[in-house]
Design a protein around this ligand. Structure first.
Ligand SMILES: CC(C)(COP(=O)(O)OP(=O)(O)OC[C@H]1O[C@@H](n2cnc3c(N)ncnc32)[C@H](O)[C@@H]1OP(=O)(O)O)[C@@H](O)C(=O)NCCC(=O)NCCS
Length: 144
């Protein structure tokens, strides 16, 4: 879907391989609506993640990526529900003090979406070719 490609145009996620690989530092989750797959969520421990995408990180963080792949499922609150479930899953681990996301700086819709969930903008950061906005949700600011 164009929105999904536009949200991360420069990274090759190597799906064919990665979907079949399990790591202790990663969860790959499918979002289903009445049995229909509509989205995908990845939760990682950024300190342990193999490519070291986030650089040196504190050991008490989780990072989430989310994509809804079905056009007719956008803008109906599904993303919010999926994120709330994913965040609750992160904070179910007592080790996790905060959750990170890194939308493209230009993805204003995603930034507003995360802000409504309580994420605060930490600042811009360049990851590879992408200018992103790092956003953070601290456990103390989270209400399940
Ligand atoms: C970002 C995303 C997960 C949001 O999920 P969603 O189900 O569309 O969002 P919700 O319906 O729960 O919330 C809608 C709110 O999010 C924002 N929003 C973000 N993307 C939107 C989209 N494509 N369509 C409509 N609203 C969107 C709006 O501000 C809206 O605010 P509102 O509550 O005032 O209407 C989803 O749009 C998506 O997967 N987009 C493509 C990939 C992407 O950008 N992923 C994020 C990468 S960091």
């Amino acid at each position: 879907m164009p929105d999904v490609i536009a949200s991360d145009p420069n990274d090759d996620w190597n799906w064919n391989v990665e979907l079949g690989v399990q790591w202790a530092w990663r969860e790959q989750l499918l979002a289903e609506l009445d049995g229909r797959p509509i989205g995908f969520v990845q939760i990682i421990d950024p300190a342990q993640e193999e490519s070291h995408y986030w650089g040196d990180c504190a050991p008490d963080l989780a990072a989430i990526d989310i994509w809804i792949g079905e056009p007719d499922c956008l803008g109906q609150g599904h993303g919010t529900r999926i994120m709330r479930l994913a965040i609750a899953r992160c904070f179910a681990d007592p080790r996790v003090a905060a959750v990170l996301v890194d939308p493209l700086a230009g993805n204003v819709r995603a930034r507003r979406f995360y802000a409504k969930l309580g994420f605060q903008e930490i600042g811009p950061r360049r990851f590879g070719l992408d200018d992103c906005m790092v956003m953070r949700l601290d456990r103390k600011n989270w209400r399940d």
